[in-house]
Design a protein around this ligand. Structure first.
Ligand code: CDT
Length: 319
């Protein structure tokens, strides 16, 4: 039996440093209205959708830095988005920088939430795979200081039973890691929601950076197919404060096929009528984990951080 959900990815063009939360929320509401008018029940916004991508700068002033984070959700400024969600009866995924005060310490996470059609938060995810570096790197036009401004998420990769299916979340760099999808795949996820901010010069190696678009889709299409799940990826893109960022937001089916893709580098809504039951055929055949996975064979190295070095002697040479 098919189980359809009409889902949208709301790609965003650049968010300027000077743009206020109120201005950004107004943009998000416009995108949400368009998604709803095209039949969507759920709309996915990008990672760090409420601000410019501030990890591109070294910010040493604490007050200036703290201003990029949300201390509460919803806040006075973001409440209109939740109200519109409730009024229209459409759920959403939203990425933002989160600041938590625990006793005398501040904890910072790169976070996303899942909000139901009543404007109620049903899930929170904190980004696990933080790219970039903790200290500024000389010679870079734009820094990527996520490792300085966030700690690795403490949520793991949970899934939620909502919107008539099983949904999970991740954020940007997470999409490149097979473990992200597999941990959710093992919980029978049917749709993974994710937002991203991907500068075209993220590695500094022209040959790798030249494949940014290819690697973006490769990661999401492989993750979808190998785990029999839909993947909805929403970019923040275009030239943001001098940094050129990838668009090509997509909705990927469990077959690995692209069901919808953004064509611009600006605010743009794409939609798909997604059958949440579509992955079942894959889960009962080629990716029947219970029948075909061999976790015992993976266990020896799976928990290691870093690669296991190859044997010192080449033991594959036959004499
Ligand atoms: N935001 C984010 O995670 N971006 C990374 C690129 C930066 S790597 C220095 C990504 O994987 O798209």
């Amino acid at each position: 039996m098919p189980r359809f959900i009409h889902v949208a990815a709301a790609q965003m063009g650049p968010v300027a440093k000077a743009e206020t939360r109120t201005q950004v929320v107004r943009r998000l509401i416009e995108l949400m209205r368009e998604a709803k008018s095209r039949g969507a029940e759920l709309v996915v916004f990008p990672e760090m959708a409420l601000t410019t991508f501030f990890p591109r700068w070294l910010i040493e002033d604490q007050t200036e830095l703290d201003a990029y984070y949300e201390c509460e959700m919803p806040s006075h400024e973001t409440a209109p988005l939740f109200e519109e969600s409730r009024r229209l009866g459409i759920g959403f995924y939203l990425g933002y920088a989160e600041l938590v005060r625990e006793g005398g310490t501040k904890r910072r996470f790169n976070t996303s939430i899942l909000v139901d059609r009543n404007g109620v938060i049903v899930g929170k995810y904190r980004k696990v795979h933080l790219p970039g570096h903790a200290d500024p790197q000389p010679g870079r036009e734009h820094q990527h200081l996520e490792k300085r401004y966030f700690e690795s998420g403490d949520t793991g990769f949970p899934v939620w039973r909502c919107f008539g299916g099983v949904l999970g979340m991740c954020l940007c760099n997470d999409r490149r890691w097979p473990e992200t999808y597999r941990v959710m795949g093992l919980q029978a996820v049917e749709m993974v929601l994710l937002g991203y901010n991907t500068p075209f010069t993220h590695t500094g190696h022209a040959d790798i950076d030249g494949l940014t678009s290819f690697h973006n889709h490769l990661s999401m299409q492989a993750g979808a197919y190998q785990n029999a799940t839909w993947v909805v990826g929403a970019a923040k893109c275009g030239v943001e404060e001098g940094s050129s960022m990838l668009g090509q937001s997509v909705i990927v089916a469990p077959s690995g096929e692209i069901a919808a893709m953004a064509l611009t580098l600006g605010d743009e809504v794409i939609t798909a009528r997604a059958d949440l039951a579509m992955g079942q055929r894959y889960r009962e055949t080629i990716f029947d984990f219970a029948r075909h996975r061999e976790p015992g064979s993976y266990r020896l190295i799976i928990d290691r951080k870093g690669a296991v070095p190859p044997p010192e002697k080449d033991e594959t040479v036959f004499e």
